[in-house]
Design a protein around this ligand. Structure first.
Ligand SMILES: Cc1ncc(COP(=O)(O)O)c(C=O)c1O
Length: 375
């Protein structure tokens, strides 16, 4: 049996929506992007959503929108994709890592205050694997010290915690529609932001800093534009947005199936020696983006190869950022600096988790993992 790591859930209707755009005259940022932004905005119950080309671009623009740059520090987590900390470096600021909770892999809010200095400007938490961080606590700390909070919500559109959604307590939250994400357009991203002024600024920053988009300039009569600020070229286009509109409308249905699969994995794997499963907190609706098992570090690679030899696609999400070569060489990080992140980073293996996965495939993956580990 072959079980791919990921198969998308794009339907005939989604493809027809793209076809409609391709047959129209207007391919770049226009009505369809607006339609998608409105869908996401309604779902998250936030005031503004801005479509961009990736979550990384969203993080970078959000940091820029709050004027974060050289000499500034941003508190974040080493247990994430390198994109999170890279975005901080892209604006010239310094990522300051705080270790994670062993139970969830999310930034340990208890440890944040100790890392705040006079240069700290922001906290950048990551809702790892789809479970939200303690946003209430982080918001409180941020308000106490005058910091902003930018959420890396690449894994978490559907999650809630204490009744709060992503984008509701953060100053900005950034989402990813990369090829293996819960909804996908191959590449893509969005920023949710509640401040109308920041939303206007972000709309300019995603398009060179221009005060009029192509739709403003060309759909009616030509209008002159100005460039009040220096921006980047990160605007989402109508083609990508067309793929996302229908997925957004089915998002809870897609989540239901992933949640079922998650429960099947838990039933089959929880409690087996050598197979760790992170906790889902009772006050949390987990977005069920990734299903990682944590195996003993010395067995990780043999389990990875063992599963692949049996036709099962796997991934490692993630090796801790501070131990990646660039971060070690640039900042002098070493093993032992963030023990909980390292424990997850050295043992984690993501199993296939997507709505198209069949029950018998879930059985096969779980059974093969147990066989490969000889448990
Ligand atoms: C936690 C996290 N943050 C950010 C990103 C970056 O997303 P994108 O590829 O849309 O830039 C990813 C992508 O995998 C991610 O997993």
């Amino acid at each position: 049996m072959t079980v791919e790591f990921f198969r998308h859930s794009i339907t005939k209707d989604d493809i027809e929506r793209v076809e409609t755009v391709l047959k129209s005259i207007f391919l770049t940022t226009g009505e369809v992007v607006k339609e998608f932004e409105n869908e996401l905005q309604r779902y998250l119950e936030v005031k503004n959503v801005i479509g961009v080309t990736s979550c990384t671009a969203g993080l970078q623009l959000s940091l820029l929108a709050w004027g974060i740059g050289k000499g500034d520090e941003v508190i974040t987590t080493p247990m994430s994709f390198c994109s999170t900390a890279n975005a901080v470096l892209h604006v010239g600021a310094t990522p300051i890592f705080v270790d994670v909770e062993e139970a969830t892999g999310n930034i340990n809010a208890e440890l944040v205050e100790d890392k705040i200095t006079k240069n700290t400007k922001a906290i950048l938490p990551v809702h790892l694997y789809g479970q939200m961080c303690d946003m209430k606590r982080l918001r409180k700390i941020a308000d106490q010290y005058g910091l902003i909070v930018i959420e890396d919500a690449a894994h978490c559109i559907e999650g809630t915690r204490d009744g709060i959604r992503t984008g509701q307590l953060g100053d900005a939250a950034c989402f990813s529609f990369y090829a293996t994400k819960n909804i996908t357009s191959g590449e893509g991203g969005a920023i949710a932001v509640n401040s109308i002024e920041k939303a206007e600024l972000l709309r300019m920053l995603r398009l060179h800093g221009m005060d009029k988009s192509a739709a403003d300039r060309y759909t009616k009569r030509y209008q002159h534009w100005d460039m009040p600020v220096l921006g980047w070229k990160y605007n989402m286009d109508n083609i990508h947005a067309a793929l996302l509109v229908g997925q957004m409308r089915r998002i809870d249905q897609l989540w239901e199936r992933r949640n079922q699969i998650w429960n099947m994995y838990e039933e089959r794997l929880r409690g087996l020696s050598g197979i760790g499963i992170l906790e889902t907190l009772p006050n949390s609706r987990h977005a069920r983006h990734l299903f990682p098992v944590i195996v003993p570090p010395e067995e990780r690679d043999s389990v990875l190869w063992g599963l692949q030899n049996k036709g099962i696609g796997v991934a490692v999400n993630f090796r801790a950022i501070h131990l990646l070569r660039y971060y070690k060489e640039t900042f002098g990080y070493k093993e032992g600096d963030f023990p909980c992140a390292e424990k997850i980073g050295s043992g984690t293996i993501s199993l296939p988790l997507y709505p198209a996965l069949k029950d018998e495939e879930v059985d096969y993956v779980a059974k093969t993992l147990i066989d490969v580990m000889n448990r």
